[in-house]
Design a protein around this ligand. Structure first.
Ligand code: NAD
Length: 291
């Protein structure tokens, strides 16, 4: 049977573990040649070991798929360029990019150090820039392609203890919105992803410690949603953000109310009096834990 990604070349960053590993294995199974990038460090971004990427490449090869490992750091311009070069040197082009690499350094805002702030912003937000820009330029000159940038409910809704991470992930949301508009004329599609899965990043969330993971919460159950996003099946959906988790697949959207529109100068007191027009009724509080 024809695969959804037959003949395509995909780059997946941070694919040595967790969600990226599941995407790499599924994309390869669907016919893509895959660049498995991973720096191979610890959850907080310290350390480096290319064996993380290599083990995924070996597993893909053993299953009859095509993949190559890359151990570059996504958060440097040189790293992003090297990752693209790995795709071109080994497979001749790139059609798909999933920016997935990430780290965590959770602290309440009062306790956030400058070092932790900079590191988290650098890996997630600058990392998306460093990897997407060279690929973007390649796609622009070679007929287009599709990108998925990984955001998070932490940035889209907010989550306790994650100002650095939430800021980076909300920044990625902004990148998706702007890049999807600019990408129209080059046939480059860009979607945002807010995943939810049991990985080393989330295994110590409240309620998960010491428990066997719900099988539905494993990365393998997020991968089909992301396969949909990078494939031609999602051709009409550039610029949209999908939440993909054990609860399935859903769109997450920025909305505004009809608002208080006086059409004349107004006072602060009047805004308060028209609160039912300014604010959404029954606004639901959402957190990463419930998404
Ligand atoms: P993970 O820790 O299992 O995988 C992240 C991978 O990124 C690791 O293999 C790590 O080595 C790699 N990485 C880190 N820094 C890198 C760098 N500078 N260069 C290259 N590779 C680097 O975590 P995961 O849960 O699979 O997360 C994948 C993505 O999904 C992350 O962006 C994360 O923020 C996001 N996310 C995950 C969840 C979830 O529920 N697991 C929720 C929201 C968002």
């Amino acid at each position: 049977m024809a695969g959804l990604l037959d003949g395509k070349v995909a780059i997946i960053t941070g694919a040595g573990n967790g969600l990226g590993e599941a995407y790499a294995k599924l994309f390869a199974k669907e016919g893509a040649s895959v660049v498995v990038n991973d720096l191979g460090g610890a959850r907080d971004g310290t350390g480096a070991d290319v064996s993380a990427a290599q083990k995924v490449v070996d597993a893909i090869g053993a299953a009859g798929g095509k993949a190559v490992a890359n151990g570059d750091d996504v958060s440097t311009v040189q790293g992003g360029e090297n990752i693209l070069a790995t795709a071109i040197d080994n497979f001749g082009t790139v059609d798909i990019l999933v920016c997935n690499a990430g780290i965590l350094r959770d602290k309440t805002f009062a306790n956030t150090s400058e070092e932790d702030w900079d590191k988290v912003i650098k890996v997630h937000l600058k990392g998306a820039y460093c990897c997407a820009l060279p690929v973007w330029k390649w796609m622009k000159d070679h007929g287009g392609g599709s990108m998925v940038l990984t955001s998070s409910t932490s940035g889209l809704y907010g989550n306790f203890g994650q100002t650095n991470y939430g800021a980076a992930k909300a920044g990625i949301y902004g990148m998706v919105r702007v890049m999807s508009i600019e990408g129209r004329k080059y046939n480059i599609r860009v979607m945002g992803l807010a995943p939810g899965a049991y990985t080393r990043m989330t295994s110590d969330l409240p309620g998960r410690i010491g428990k066997e993971p719900d099988p539905l919460s494993l990365p393998e159950n997020v991968a089909p949603g992301v396969l949909f996003m990078v494939s031609d099946l999602a051709a009409e959906h550039s610029g949209k953000i999908l939440g993909v988790s054990s609860r399935g697949v859903r769109e997450i959207k920025m909305l505004q109310t009809g608002g208080f529109q006086p059409g004349r100068p107004y006072t602060a007191q009047e805004v308060a009096e028209h609160a039912s027009e300014v604010f959404f009724p029954n606004a639901e509080e959402r957190t990463a834990a419930t998404a």
